[in-house]
Design a protein around this ligand. Sequence first.
Ligand code: V47
Length: 368
Amino acid sequence: MLDVDTKPEIRFRDPALEPVWDKVASGERLSEAEGLSCLDTQDLIGLGRMADFVARRRSGNRVYFTFNVHVNPTNVCVLSCKFCDFQAKAGDKHAYEFSIEDIVGQILPEVHEVHMVGGHHPTIPFEWYEDLIRTIKAERPSVQVKAFTAAEVDYFHKRFKLSDREVLTRLIEAGLDSMPGGGAEVFSERIRRELFLGKVGADRWIEIHHLAHELGLKSNATLLYGHIETHAERVQHLVRLREAQDESGGWLCFIPLEYQLGTTMLVPRQASPIDDLRTLATSRLMLDNFPHVKAYWVMSGESTASIGLNFGADDLDGTIGTERIAHAAMADSPLGIQRDQIVRLVRSAGKVPVERNATYDVLKVYDA
Ligand code: V47
């Protein structure tokens, strides 16, 4: 185990990582150029040891997960993001809309978190979403609701002509507990124009999260990588998030999402496990003000995610139930996994599994 009080010796194959390590060990903030050195390095082991050091300095030996369920109320969406296989247009054969009853039926009473995001539906009224949260909270009182990305909040604002504050306040009054990190994609105007025109850009995404933080919600943040973005754009995304977190302190966890090719095929090949690990480790090193970094097993696969627990990640998301977004894009991970399997993955990385809820209250520590 690394001793986090003294600076352990790391023999780097890449000399560009030496000055990075000096700064990391003394708790100094890395520059954009240093972030790029991390993402570009061939010295995966050296990079991983630094990121693991930082993760241990923050979380000790602990790796967090939750007993949760992902629910996607509808895939009907007015947008046509070029990376998304999940969306459908009304009338498509694969279009669906769950009723509130269907959704509550998907939530086992004993789960701790429901993660709920969906398409930008053209006709569902705002009151339906309020009703949905209220009903979940009434029928599943011990479940925390982590729902609606900043992109959905922006859509509600435009479609229902409500201020962001009104949208968020009404959702909070209905019982919303926290916000997921989706919809951030890549904070690059070039990529937004090319891949997700019509959806929030960086400024709006951050503005909505900042307002949520002001209203007392905690939230997460994501980066969709492994498509047409450059390494420089990935690092710029991290720098922008770090600056935003300096202002509000309301983000709990950062999740790099590996683009799944599905039928959208923006690039010929999926990101490699090495790229996944480099992205995870660089995120941990750059985001010095984010409490947690998640290895999202659904998109990277279980094997890479479990190795990621030694490359800076201290969170594995959760059991998930039935995942639909990545699996619409043909992810080859299972739809959901058992608690036992998560505990096994964490232990095999030499760490201690800790069960949490959406806001990171500790529910159970799985001591040996
Ligand atoms: O915003 C869409 C992404 C996101 C694809 O907050 C795709 O704890 C890969 O944000 N390949 C939704 N990704 C998922 C998400 C998330 C997941 C887990 C945990 C949390 C959290 C948030 O999925 C979207 C978009 O960026 N997405 N299509 C695709 N083909």
